[in-house]
Design a protein around this ligand. Structure first.
Ligand SMILES: Cc1cc2nc3c(=O)[nH]c(=O)nc-3n(C[C@H](O)[C@H](O)[C@H](O)COP(=O)(O)OP(=O)(O)OC[C@H]3O[C@@H](n4cnc5c(N)ncnc54)[C@H](O)[C@@H]3O)c2cc1C
Length: 241
């Protein structure tokens, strides 16, 4: 009984928690609906939400995951607020099962430090055209970072100049370094589609700049909110991915 109570209470306790990611990014849980028991109860709808005891409840949840009985997992919802570079945003929004609302660069001007500065420069993988492998040595990486900062400064100066000339924000932003601008959005998804996202975006072949967000969601929000689901997800999905 106590375990069920804890499972039901815990997800709401995570609301407002914010995790820092990359140099200026973060992800925060804005809201959550449901818990492990909500998934079990959805599958057992005729029992009107009653628990049949921890052991049976957990066994049913594992059965659902193993046999791809996915719809009960859609009964749990997460809403996040995310701040990440645009390169992350473009990959994230390919996931059509999420609902998004994003900051508007037409409405609010971008700030001077709104640009992503990587902590290391990854080398192009010689075998995988989409992947990186290893890091650029520091003696080359440091001057490259300085060049990037100078590039951001010049871009931002031109952006401000255009704004001061009266150019609309929607057009002045053409001067900003597209992939690097930090963007803020709200994103809502159910647990089934979140697991699909996590399996793809926590994988080794996902770009680092989205992988760190997926890993943060999993470790800081998904696992503590849905410990049984996470255990079953690791056993029946991640291990075979
Ligand atoms: C490592 C990696 C590399 C990638 N490289 C590229 C790339 O080079 N170019 C590129 O364009 N994209 C690329 N993508 C994006 C990828 O093709 C998918 O668009 C993205 O991962 C979203 O996956 P999804 O469609 O399964 O997810 P969602 O959009 O969340 O959809 C979830 C599931 O719902 C179903 N579904 C949703 N909408 C439809 C629909 N309209 N019709 C039928 N079924 C639907 C599908 O079963 C889908 O798997 C890459 C993704 C990864 C992880």
């Amino acid at each position: 009984m106590q375990a069920d109570t804890i499972a039901r209470m815990a997800p709401k306790d995570l609301i407002g928690k914010r995790v820092s990611i990359l140099d200026k990014g973060w992800i925060e849980l804005q809201d959550v609906m449901g818990d492990d028991l909500a998934i079990v109860n959805a599958a057992r709808v005729s029992f009107l939400g009653e628990s049949k005891g921890e052991e049976k409840d957990k066994r049913l949840l594992f059965y659902l995951m193993e046999h791809r009985h996915t719809s009960p997992f859609e009964q749990v919802e997460f809403k996040f607020r995310v701040r990440a570079p645009l390169v992350t945003w473009w990959q994230w929004v390919r996931h059509r099962t999420w609902s998004f609302n994003a900051q508007s660069g037409r409405y609010v001007a971008f700030d001077e430090d709104d640009f992503y500065v990587p902590s290391a420069w990854r080398m192009q993988s010689p075998t995988n055209k989409q992947a990186s492998l290893g890091a650029l040595p520091n003696e080359l990486g440091e001057p490259l970072t300085q060049a990037l900062l100078a590039h951001y400064e010049a871009s931002y100066r031109l952006y401000r100049q255009a704004l001061e000339m009266g150019v609309a924000r929607e057009q002045a932003r053409l001067f900003l370094p597209g992939f690097a601008v930090y963007y803020t959005w709200v994103a809502k998804v159910d647990a089934h589609n979140l697991m699909h996202f996590l399996a793809l975006r926590m994988a080794e072949d996902a770009q680092y700049e989205i992988r760190v967000y997926a890993q943060a969601i999993y470790e800081h929000f998904f696992k503590p909110a849905l410990p049984w689901t996470a255990e079953a997800f690791e056993r029946f999905v991640l291990q075979h991915h």
